[in-house]
Design a protein around this ligand. Sequence first.
Ligand SMILES: [Zn+2]
Length: 256
Amino acid sequence: MLFDDVPFSACLGAGQDRGVPVEREGSLLASFCADREKGSEAVSPVAIVWPCPLAVDAYVASGRDVGFPRPDCPSCAGPLVFWSGYRRYVRDEGRCRKIFVPRLRCAPCGASHALLPAFTLAWRLDTVETVGTVLAEVAGGGCGVRPAAERAGVPYTTARGWVRRFRARAGELGVAFAAVAVELGGQAVTPPAGAGRFALAAVGAAFAAAAGLPGWRRLGAWRFASAVTGGRLIAANTVSPWFVVGRRRFMPPIPP
Ligand SMILES: [Zn+2]
């Protein structure tokens, strides 16, 4: 259970988003460091998010038979092998589903990585489409948190948490996604007024550029955003998307 990015208990509290306690991120990091100090197996808290095009239903139905990709180790570029996995919850359109998340292990460096589908965010219960829709509505200035949360079918406090985190990191996200857009051969983003709108525009510009590459268009902007940030779009600490692209973690989607 230590490795689960959303524990089984996350769906048990009615109306509460308990999937993402900050302490949990801290405890994962602490255990990572402790393991390293002990010289035992290194466990990376960094998830790899693969550009999964499947609907949540189809992913659930496929169980362990989803055609998982096998990327290189993000720590050392060594070959990864499938090594067990765990189940976690995802809330999609108000309904909690249990999904299988494989783990990959790197023999050369000993790290292991969870392989999350792009409809998830690390340590978040709700799908990235749900989160992204709320962010676009609220940070885009269309409405307040409460009506957006009601439309999305998520608790107000959960949606407020997403928006606060996104706003706090909006400047950094805007710059990073604008850089990804240019890296992918897209348009330079002219920052609109307000950091939140800049971040949204930059995500849109980066996705527009990515959509010109095979396979990305059907994933949609928010799955793209999760894949590029390693699931950390609204995490406390995020590797910049630019860095992720630079480290070749920008995986091409699997052809249909
Ligand atoms: Zn490695």
